[in-house]
Design a protein around this ligand. Structure first.
Ligand SMILES: NC(=O)c1ccc[n+]([C@@H]2O[C@H](COP(=O)([O-])OP(=O)(O)OC[C@H]3O[C@@H](n4cnc5c(N)ncnc54)[C@H](OP(=O)(O)O)[C@@H]3O)[C@@H](O)[C@H]2O)c1
Length: 240
């Protein structure tokens, strides 16, 4: 898809991968509206010239606020990027129900509800796109964040079904699967991490090339291992 001139709604565009996506999409000539919660990040994004819709997407009110703020604005591309991941280990402590609820809402319910709410708007465009950011952990889970992995695997499944439904329409469906990326989400982790700029670059390239999946960085290797042996891919990731 030619990104120049497109109007984009990008959730979680005030930091991390989302902010880099917003910058790179704008550099391609798109007009980008981002969502976020933290006032200082919202102000910084506005200072960079992005339109910002403040919204907490851990509940239906946040989704409704985004849809209301968009009004009749035409949207060509919806990027469901906002996400969170709480680590949890039953061998150490019980989970915090609120963390689980928020993770389920932000990572799964919010994208599904935004897609449903914006479908008429997307259908009205000559060509449109839905980008759902999942994770390499949607292919096989690690042991450290069961709810996060479950939401990403569920969103991957939803995305594949949606692509099947929308085949032959003007709406393209892309799933972006990042590896471990150097953002606030992974600040507590050591080891090698992809830069958020490079992650965004690979996602934008997949959008331009009309790919079904953006398997970013090491996720390409994970996909290859998984295609040979799903059990091997699972056993490798369950060590983490
Ligand atoms: N980083 C990785 O290693 C990695 C790997 C695989 C997949 N991913 C996925 O990539 C996406 C982006 O991750 P990231 O690492 O860039 O995260 P990040 O640096 O933590 O940024 C998350 C963005 O979402 C916003 N956000 C967070 N909670 C929100 C909420 N409740 N409601 C609305 N917006 C919220 C944040 O702004 P505020 O906090 O100000 O709201 C920020 O703009 C996520 O879906 C994540 O699961 C990341």
């Amino acid at each position: 898809m030619q990104l120049g001139g497109k109007t984009i709604l990008l959730t979680g565009g005030t930091d991390g991968i989302g902010l880099r996506l917003a910058r790179q999409l704008r550099a391609k000539g798109a007009s980008v509206t981002v969502t976020g919660r933290t006032p200082a990040r919202i102000a910084a994004a506005e200072e960079e010239g992005f339109a910002v819709i403040p919204a907490d997407l851990t509940g239906p009110e946040g989704v409704e606020a985004v849809v209301a703020a968009l009004g009749t604005r035409p949207i060509d591309i919806l990027v469901n990027n906002a996400g969170m991941g709480a680590a949890h280990d039953f061998r150490i402590a019980p989970p915090l129900a609120e963390d689980d609820e928020h993770t389920l809402w932000l990572n799964l319910h919010a994208p599904i509800r935004l897609i449903a709410a914006l479908m008429p708007v997307l259908r009205a465009r000559k060509e449109a796109m839905i980008v759902n950011v999942t994770s390499g952990l949607a292919i096989a889970p690690n042991a450290g964040s069961p709810v996060y992995c479950a939401t990403k695997a569920a969103l991957r499944s939803y995305t594949q079904a949606l692509r099947g439904q929308l085949k032959g329409t003007g709406i393209h469906v892309l799933e972006a699967l990042p590896p471990v990326v150097d953002t606030a989400m992974t600040a507590a982790r050591s080891g090698s991490k992809l830069s958020p700029e490079e992650c965004a670059r690979q996602i934008v390239s997949a959008m331009e090339r009309g790919k079904d999946e953006a398997n970013v960085g090491m996720v390409k290797v994970l996909q290859a291992v998984h295609s040979l042996s799903p059990a091997l891919a699972r056993s490798i990731l369950l060590r983490f």
